[in-house]
Structure formats: C-alpha cells, structure tokens
Design a binder for this molecule. Structure first.
Ligand SMILES: *Cc1c(COP(=O)(O)O)cnc(C)c1O
Length: 391
C-alpha cells in the first residue's frame, strides 16, 4: 500500500449504475429475524412485508416471491396462458419479461414503443388485436412493461383488453414508486409484478412481489409458489408447483427498504434534475420525457445522443465514462433484435431500434454522491468539447 503518496494516475473509485442502498433499519430487522430464529423460508416478516407492500401500492393482496421473473411466470400461469397461446409484450425490455412466456410454452408477439414514454404503443396494440381477432385467434394476454421508472399509457390498454377479452399483466419491476394518474402501477392489471433485485429502486438482494385484487388468485399464487401443496396434513399434490417463495430474512430487508421508498424516489429524481440542468444545453443530448399521465421515478436517468449534433455517439460516451471507472449502459436491446427470439412475430420496431441505437443510462443510484454525479457530467461535457476541437 502506498498510503500517503498522492497518486494522480490511480483509478478513481468506481461509480456504479444503480447499486443497492441499504440503511440501518434493514440490519435491525434482519437481526430480529436471526434473534427469533425465523431463518426458515416462511415466517412473520414475509406476512408483514406482504401486507405492508399491499397497503403501500393500494392492492388488496400481495405475494412475496423469490424474484420478479417468478412473479411473471406465476402471472402467466394464473392467466391460463399455455402452449398455442400468444402474448403481446413490449419489445423494449429486459429478457426476464419474455422468458416466462416461453416457460409456459406460449409465443411472444413483440410490440414497438411510442416516443412519449418509450413504453409499448397502444396504437400498435389496437392494430394487432383487430388483425388477430379478424383472423379468429385473439392473444391470451398483454404483458406491458413500465420502463425505467415510468408507466405505459394504461387507460387505452385497459380498454383494449376489456374489449377483446385479453388478460392484462403489468411488469412493474422497474416502476415501484411511479404513478399512473394517482394510482400505483401494478394494480391496474389482473396481476402486477415487482422486482427487488439488487439494482432496483428498493432491494431484498433478490426477490419479487405479485399483486392482485382477486383473493382466489392470490391464494393460488401462494400455493403454486410453495410446491403446490394441497390442504392436507400429509404431503399431497394435485398440480405442478414451484419453489418460488421469499425467505423470512429477505422479507425483513424488504420491510426496511419499503419504509424509505419515497426518499429513494426523491433521490433518483434529484439525480435526473441535476443531470438535466447540467447537460440539456449540450447540443445533441435529450432526456427521456416524463409523460403527462403520471410520475416518473427516474429509476434510471436515460438520455439520447444525436451523434451529428453532439459530435460523438453514445458508445463513445460510454467508453469515456468507463475509462474513468464510471458504469453506464445502453438502453435495453429490443427483444425483436435478440438472437433467441428472432423467430417470433414483431409489430413495428423502428422506434425501439432507434432508442437502443442512441440511448444511454447514466449512474442513477439513490446513494450517488454530488461529486460522483459531477464526474459523470464533466466527462460527458469533455467528450463533446474534445470533438469540437477536432472540427
Ligand atoms: C429486473 C426486471 C425483471 C426481473 O426481475 P428479477 O427480480 O431480477 O427476476 C423483469 N422485468 C423487468 C423489466 C426488469 O427490469
């Protein structure tokens, strides 16, 4: 160790895209779980986390699970989606949205984004449902994703699902704390899902939640997630189950995290405000819009780079940041561009293709320090300055 030696050449500390942000409350609650010896999967923290979460988002029922992906899988099963069924789904998303459609043997139909929120385009959903209904085969479900902390335009989607008898499932993994008008995302579909993965706005290190206003669905989800045990003193099973329940220790973390959700939203929105104030005047940079229909949490601050005006593309910015030990990421690569999903139908695609081509997610953690954010801003500006000198 060369302590005391100033080392201008050494790498500055890593700035992460969206690291976990854990407080003292969580440690106390976990300690309580240990002290009471409730290390077994189920326990009082799981029940408390479920009821506190349900109350927080305004849903009658919530089911704590091992991941958001598990919650999507169970949502599809509860909707009765199976082989030969089609599921309309946002193309611009993480693969975890789509994989469970394949787990149940169904086929995804990828729907492009609109430009107001970058979420799935209700106009394309309408065209697709009309066309498929005319051909005599209506998709079983619509799996809508609320990207980067902002909801899709739900009202027209709800109307379309009602009209065509399609089950609406909300993937709100990235949108806890957002609003659609005055409602929380996740509660407007038949089921809604959330994720507590380490990079999400609150975390249990790994975990998920399924919410629904239907008590029978909630009971069935609990059963499927715990190996589908029938009500009997012996072990009896009459359907295939899964081991998808959240453990009591992780639920303790979740309870502490849930209490500071509003603070986390405020911190993420502040990141966005500072980035926007500092960078929106730089030629060729535009930020993800906040649509008129609700509150964006700014889980991630995302911007678009116009290479002509900025003087370099988003990849040049990403690499410059990486060189300074700062993590940034392109937007999700659309699912209709993924080799594994190439064989499935896609409706449109040019909007999400363009977003992927030009989009970058900046470090957005709720624990991001002022100095760290400034390093990001300075580096983005310096990439632009250096290209100006070249002209
Ligand atoms: C994170 C994420 C998921 C998956 O959640 P896990 O808890 O990691 O399984 C699903 N959909 C979207 C859009 C996500 O961002």
């Amino acid at each position: 160790m060369n302590s005391g030696v100033s080392s201008a050449a050494s790498t500055p500390p890593r700035v992460f895209l969206s690291p976990p942000h854990i407080g003292v409350l969580e440690a106390q609650l976990v300690h309580e779980a240990f002290a009471s010896n409730w290390i077994a999967p189920l326990g009082p923290h799981v029940n408390a986390f479920e009821s506190e979460f349900a109350r927080a988002v305004g849903s009658p029922h919530a089911v704590a699970l091992s991941s958001g992906t598990a919650a999507i899988h169970l949502s599809l099963m509860l909707a009765g989606v199976g082989p030969a069924d089609e599921v309309l789904v946002s193309s611009l998303t993480f693969s975890a949205t789509v994989n469970p459609i394949l787990y149940v043997g169904a086929r995804p139909v990828f729907i492009d984004s609109e430009t107001q929120s970058w979420n799935l385009d209700p106009g394309l959903v309408e065209d697709t449902l009309r066309r498929k209904a005319a051909a005599g085969k209506v998709p079983k479900a619509l799996l809508v994703v609320h990207l980067y902390g902002q909801t899709a335009d739900l009202e027209p989607l709800i109307q379309l699902c009602d009209k065509y008898g399609v089950t609406l499932i909300e993937d709100a993994a990235e949108a806890l704390g957002a609003r659609y008008r005055d409602r929380h995302p996740g509660v407007l579909g038949r089921t809604g899902i959330f994720s507590f993965n380490g990079n999400k706005i609150i975390t249990t290190s790994g975990g998920g939640m399924l919410v629904t206003d239907d008590e029978a669905l909630s009971r069935h989800a609990h059963k499927l997630a715990s190996q589908a045990r029938d009500m009997a003193p012996h072990y009896q099973h009459s359907e295939i189950g899964y081991n998808y329940r959240m453990s009591n220790v992780l639920a303790a973390i979740g309870r502490g995290q849930l209490m500071v959700l509003e603070e986390r939203v405020a911190a993420r929105r502040r990141n966005f405000d500072v980035y926007e104030a500092a960078l929106s005047s730089v030629p060729g940079l535009t930020f993800q819009p906040e649509a008129s229909w609700g509150r964006h949490t700014r889980w991630l601050t995302c911007l678009l780079v116009d290479p002509e005006q900025f003087g370099a593309d988003r990849e040049a910015i990403r690499l410059a940041l990486e060189k300074d030990n700062i993590e940034s990421r392109p937007l999700w690569k659309p699912m209709h561009r993924q080799p594994i999903f190439a064989a499935y139908e896609a409706v449109g695609g040019s909007v999400s293709d363009d977003l992927f081509e030009r989009g970058l997610c900046l470090p957005s953690g709720s624990s991001l320090a002022d100095g760290e954010r400034q390093r990001v801003i300075d580096m983005v500006k310096s990439v632009h300055e250096s290209t100006r000198k070249l002209r």
